[in-house]
Design a protein around this ligand. Structure first.
Ligand code: NDP
Length: 383
């Protein structure tokens, strides 16, 4: 029998209140099509906390995992992404072998656990490296964080506005335009934001990035420098972004009087910051909302909607992945390739070691801390 531990919850609430560390064992006689995996790393994303709080767009099915976990009441394991190693393979499994690194194919897997018995493994797990090779050249942290943030940034930069075509057209016009198309984003130091900066840079795009001011000017300058080093073209603080002078700076300093228009805005934050994204878009621009970190809504202003003919879109990776499983796999493979080549840097993480003896409180605190602002990086369970 494999001894396993998992964070579980049976009702919604604050992670510190409702999560418990549960111990169970996994039988060595595996059902048809099943594998047992061992966790290597799993990040704690904001949506994991929202799911435990019961405020996320999808609710876990508490009854589904009870049998496998052997909990006294229906329970679910939080966590949507992670890197696992296959440790044993049941009958009729076709694509997976012992030692393979895998990631969950869809959300709701429950990654905050040391081991899992995975049914229908060929479908439920993506083998890292596909048919070509394995995980050589990759770290568990890279694999564990590839499928949500970088994947979201990748799709949002590609699927709403054809920025690459816009860049080509700018060059072709021959009117002195010498840079790629612009996009603008708030929450630029988030995992998604950092991925968008890097992918944008790799694709020849230019980015205007909004971050919240740090506690000292030096710390703000350091954060700006960090993002510039990642490939950001411009980094401004939220105060600069919300200031009246921003419109003139956007026009005169960066976009040649508006001849290099900003056609895509990515909104991670909501509230006033989102309204400023709307104001900064050029006519026929698109704003894609994917997060609401400030927990504030924003108005869809009538004037700009009509007179600037703006488009407002919502992006949700989970649904996109369900609708486009093949594209999802290709996107992940493409990003892993960039990571392997040293062209894509990991967002900062705060590693939380999860050993057999790690106390429940340490694990719960790591989840609870995720929605606090001004952090050095997101929590990453390392096993
Ligand atoms: P990270 O944990 O990496 O970063 C959190 C970000 O939120 C930081 O930039 C932080 O800025 C900012 N932030 C925190 N609190 C506030 C606040 N009160 N007001 C403004 N900004 C704040 O986040 P992720 O990249 O993992 O996720 C970012 C957002 O994107 C989340 O809302 C997440 O749910 C969403 N998301 C949505 C997806 C989708 O499919 N729709 C997919 C992936 C992510 P600071 O450093 O200044 O605190």
């Amino acid at each position: 029998y494999t001894q396993a531990k998992a964070l579980v919850y049976s009702k919604f609430g604050e992670p510190a209140d409702v999560l418990h560390l549960h111990t169970h064992s996994i039988s060595p006689s595996l059902p048809d099509g099943a594998v047992v995996v061992r966790a290597l790393a799993a990040p704690v994303n904001p949506s994991d906390v929202n799911t435990v709080q019961g405020t996320y767009g999808v609710k876990p099915d508490f009854s589904k995992q009870q049998l496998e976990l052997g909990t006294s009441e229906p329970a679910a394991v939080p966590g949507n992404e992670g890197c696992f190693e296959v440790v044993s393979v049941g009958p009729s499994v076709k694509t997976l072998h012992r030692g393979d690194w895998v990631i969950p194919a869809s959300t709701g897997f429950g990654t905050f656990r040391t081991h899992a018995l995975v049914q229908h493994a060929d479908k439920a797990l993506l083998r890292v490296g596909g048919d070509k090779g394995g995980h050589e050249g990759l770290t568990a942290a890279q694999v564990a964080t590839v499928s949500v943030n970088p994947c979201s940034a990748y799709r949002m930069l590609r699927d709403y506005v054809d920025l690459i075509q816009q860049s080509v057209a700018t060059f072709a016009r021959g009117d002195g335009g010498d840079g790629g198309a612009w996009f603008l984003q708030n929450g630029a130091n988030s995992g998604v934001g950092r991925a968008a900066i890097q992918l944008g840079k790799l694709w020849g795009l230019r980015s205007i990035n909004v971050v919240r001011e740090r506690s000292t000017p030096e710390a703000t300058a350091a954060l700006k420098a960090e993002l510039t080093d990642l490939g950001a073209t411009v980094v401004v603080t939220e105060a600069e972004f919300l200031d009246r002078s921003f419109a003139a700076r956007l026009k005169d300093e960066w976009t040649r009087g508006g001849r290099d228009p900003v056609m895509l805005g990515l909104n991670c934050v909501g509230g006033k910051s989102a309204s400023a994204v709307v104001r900064s878009l050029n006519a026929k621009g698109t704003m894609v909302t994917y997060g609401g970190m400030s927990r504030q809504s924003f108005p869809f202003p009538t004037g700009p909607q009509i007179f600037k003919r703006l488009r407002f879109e919502g992006f949700w990776l989970s649904e996109w992945s369900k609708e486009n499983p093949e594209e999802k796999r290709k996107t992940i493979d493409a990003i892993l390739e960039l990571m392997r080549d040293g062209k894509f840097r990991l967002a900062p993480v705060e590693e939380v070691r999860w050993d057999w003896d790690t106390e429940e409180k340490v694990l719960k605190d790591a989840v609870q801390g995720t929605l606090e602002g001004f952090r050095g990086g997101k929590g990453l369970f390392v096993f």
